[in-house]
Ligand binder design. Structure first.
Ligand SMILES: C[S@@+](CC[C@H](N)C(=O)[O-])C[C@H]1O[C@@H](n2cnc3c(N)ncnc32)[C@H](O)[C@@H]1O
Ligand SMILES: [Zn+2]
Length: 272
């Protein structure tokens, strides 16, 4: 699917348009990026985040397969149907991870689906699981896309760069930002107890302040539910969440854990 979006891309080094030459994308200044066998492009060769490993993304895939976030996908889908009216919109998933939301939202709607992430491992998994979408590895501080191309931009549990988001959004385009609230994974955090760097999750206020400072927020919705999980899925959740970064998950007694709370805020807005 990458070939369909080549006209939307731009070189992250010089901003030039790309042409496709054999298995590569080449800009007028001869900056060259190979298209991987799986159909994605790596615009940030050599960059690696030590927390986001291949094993972590594989744990995440198991959690998504188990349907833990299916209600979130539904709510996002309703929001897209309500706020994105273009007949064939371009959806951009910034920090898409292994592409779960990129491929799952609005399954019956014709959209050009584009996802990118700093992690090449994540993007490789994404490209494999969603051949109809286009994926590339890139930094959200320097998105290799032309300006004004995206009708809807997803920013799900990922840092935001509102200046870049404003540049790549089409006129009237909307941002859908999902961030955790205080009850998010509270059962796991209670188990981790003393091992946690921060016992109370306190990040929500900052995210909310930034979202309101940088966006014209047109809707703000809570997405909260508790669901039953197997100890195996609980273990994958514990391994995948940055909230438990630094915790020795092997030391947690997950056998008694039966349910997990998802507690998030969805901010929907246009950029200021
Ligand atoms: C908590 S994960 C969320 C992934 C996905 N949105 C989801 O909800 O399944 C955060 C993601 O942001 C990505 N990320 C962090 N910094 C980034 C950056 N500067 N540019 C692009 N992606 C970034 C990470 O590699 C990781 O996949
Ligand atoms: Zn270039």
């Amino acid at each position: 699917m990458l070939s369909a979006i080549v006209p939307l891309l731009r070189c992250p080094l010089c901003g030039g348009a790309f042409s496709r030459q054999a298995g590569s994308l080449v800009c007028p200044n001869r900056h060259t990026y190979d298209i991987a066998r799986q159909g994605y492009v790596n615009f940030v060769p050599g960059k690696r985040d030590p927390f986001y490993t291949k094993a972590l993304f594989e744990s995440r895939a198991k959690v998504f397969e188990a349907g833990v976030y299916a209600p979130v996908v539904q709510r996002l889908g309703h929001a897209i149907d309500r706020f994105v009216t273009a007949p064939a919109p371009v959806l951009l998933d910034a920090g898409c991870g292994e592409g779960y939301y990129t491929r799952s939202v609005c399954p019956d709607r014709a959209m050009t689906r584009i996802g990118f992430d700093l992690s090449k491992d994540a993007v490789r998994l994404a490209a494999r699981s969603a051949p109809d979408a286009a994926f590339f590895a890139a930094d959200l501080a320097r998105i290799p896309l032309q300006g004004g191309v995206a009708d809807v931009l997803l920013d799900i549990f990922t840092p935001a760069n509102y200046a870049e988001f404003a540049r790549v959004l089409a006129p009237g385009g909307v941002i859908m930002k999902l961030a955790p609230r205080s009850g998010y994974l509270r059962e796991l955090r209670a188990l981790a107890g003393d091992q946690l760097r921060h016992r109370d999750y306190g990040g929500g206020d900052d995210v909310s302040r930034w979202a309101h400072e940088k966006m014209n927020v047109v809707a703000e919705e809570a997405i909260a539910y508790t669901l039953r999980v197997t100890p195996e899925i609980a273990a994958h959740l514990a391994r995948m969440t940055p909230m438990l970064a630094g915790v020795d998950v092997g030391r947690l007694d997950l056998s008694a854990l039966r349910e997990i709370t998802i507690d998030e805020t969805l901010y929907i807005g246009t950029v200021k």
